[in-house]
Design a binder for this molecule. Sequence first.
Ligand SMILES: Cc1ncc(COP(=O)(O)O)c(C=O)c1O
Length: 432
Amino acid sequence: MAEFEHYWLPFTPNRSFKKEPLVLSRAEGLYFWNEAGERLLDACSGLFCCALGHGRREILDAITAQYRELDFGPSFRYAHRGGFELASALAEITPGDLDRFFFVNSGSEAVDTALKIALLYHRVRGEGQRQRFVSRERSYHGVNFGGVSLSGMPRNREDFGPGLPGVVHMRHTHLEANRFQPGCGAHGSELALDLQRLVDTYGGDSIAACVVEPIAGSTGALVPPVGYLERLREICDRHGILLVFDEVITGFGRTGKAFAAQSFGVLPDMMTVAKALTNGAVPMGGVAVRNGIYDEITNAAADDAIEFFHGYTYSAHPLACAAGLATQRIYREEGIFERAAELAPYFQERVFGLRDLPVIEDIRGYGLLAGIDLAPGDRPGARGTAALRRLFAGGLVVRVTADTVILAPALVAEREHVDQICDTLREALQGF
Ligand SMILES: Cc1ncc(COP(=O)(O)O)c(C=O)c1O
């Protein structure tokens, strides 16, 4: 169809999509509408972004007012109040002393920025030899070259050359022994010792940072085994390695607390965020950095010298800051994270209630996030794509990675939305 020719869609089979396009035309609250005027429940907060549902009036008003006041300003060597206000608001909810924020425009940029901060931090402390990064199989850290180098999802990296040198991977934590286990799996904390093995192999003082998603989201909600993140923290501490949590999906209430770091009680040295930071209304990401890291870097430079040769034209874009501030205010004033924590047990119970369906091979979940593995069809991914279309026809928008359906309803969802999600899944997957 000519009207669909020119747009090259991301992470989409373009040729088949254009034969049967799934086009969304409107959204409000928990729902989308397609072009035929049919209503679809958004079971994944857009792409894990719209934690407050769609079309919040307060966010619209904030963006509009900001555009009237100051639409854009140069982000290098100048600033506007919004950047400072948003950073201060975030410092209120981040754990420990993760109180300094570098703003970017996406999760991918946040990850690449965190890698650069790690390298610079060690360099200014006279440990410039720390240039390796440790990541993990099945991880997703965005699509820029730093994140792709960390990536543990083969299809995301295999077409794009070797990437950054010196990135090594720990094993993933998806274990047969934890199949259908709600929350953190009882088995597998010893997998954190992979980090120790890499230390033993390459030398702890060659490693700049260990980067993990506390819950690996895009690969299908791999929840960390009990004690696993704690063990990573201990090993990092022992060897001077920075621990970075990529909280692009888990940040802002998805796990029932502001950040997964708080849900799991482990304090990282940096945290990457994006998505629900602005409720998805304006693209924005950020890196939360512990005070000591910021201080080391900024104090190391000569007076009047730029400390970090990095930044984006749109860092702390005024409209993004306005959207972020309005979003954070709603999270705070409406107790959204507590609300998510309250709904989570019901959500998990209903999702795990699908386990009797023969096509389902595993379910994992934590907070308002869940992954459902379907038995693969003729080739990997075929069943997942078919499920996505069936669910769309049944009135549900989900995220599918390979043959895994990922659910992440808005944090403002009600029980009836959870029921609708699970009933639609049951209907679509029965006899599949
Ligand atoms: C953990 C994680 N990191 C990074 C990213 C990349 O974010 P973006 O698509 O905004 O670049 C994602 C996106 O889903 C993510 O889940």
